[in-house]
Design a protein around this ligand. Structure first.
Ligand code: SF4
Length: 213
């Protein structure tokens, strides 16, 4: 379960031997191995779980998922840049409901040692050491401009238009209706997984996690 949602449910042995959901993959990768010399493929989840009172739109695991679906044009974007985009999205969401200083909330959520007094400093902290492609940089400039003017809704809409996917509740065909996560049957035993990645048009979870790790 993640944020009160069953992410995958089925026979125990299947869950351990053939996990389908990205969250199940992450949980299993965190189990210590008895042999310290064995190779470990632990999946690192960035950030901390969102406040259950304010779950993300779309999939509850979308802010930390290692297999999150990306728009085709950003499928090969550097993972650190992608993580920075996800971090920026979360910070802007936090600003929308800030009831205490941004600095305090950001430190608490992301554990970053930074001042975060302005959105420009946030940008520098997240992307300052990274090589950001020009197109991404242009969009991020628009996003930070809007956020700097306290137009957080506009900033999030711009982020979602460029980087969003079904994982964020964004309709890939451009429709206005939010896309809700769905359960897919992933084995003959009737095991269910709550993830858009099981739709035919997407690559399999394990392959994506391998590529990105
Ligand atoms: S719907 Fe997207 S974010 Fe959620 S578990 Fe699946 S790939 Fe990850």
């Amino acid at each position: 379960m993640y944020l009160g949602n069953i992410m995958e449910i089925g026979p125990t042995e299947e869950l351990f031997t053939d996990p389908a959901n990205p969250y199940t993959h992450a949980l299993l990768s965190a189990i210590p191995k008895p042999d310290p010399t064995a190779s470990r493929d632990r999946i690192t989840l960035h950030g901390t779980p969102p406040n259950p009172r304010y779950p993300p739109t779309g999939c509850p695991f979308s802010t930390r998922c290692p297999a999150r679906i990306r728009p085709d044009e950003h499928e090969n974007l550097d993972d650190e840049v992608w993580d920075g985009i996800n971090g920026l999205r979360e910070i802007i969401r936090e600003r929308m409901r800030a009831d205490r200083s941004i600095r305090e909330r950001v430190r608490e959520r992301f554990g970053l040692e930074t001042r975060f007094a302005t959105i420009d400093e946030t940008y520098d902290e997240l992307f300052g050491d990274l090589s950001v492609p020009a197109r991404v940089e242009r969009v991020l400039a628009e996003v930070t401009d809007a956020a700097g003017d306290h137009e957080e809704r506009e900033a999030l809409d711009r982020l979602n238009a460029e980087f969003g996917s079904a994982c964020d509740g964004v309709d890939p065909d451009g429709g206005d209706d939010p896309v809700e996560p769905a359960y897919y049957e992933v084995s003959d035993s009737g095991r269910l997984s709550y993830c858009h990645r099981h739709a035919d048009e997407h690559r399999e979870t394990a392959a994506v996690i391998d590529d990105r790790s």
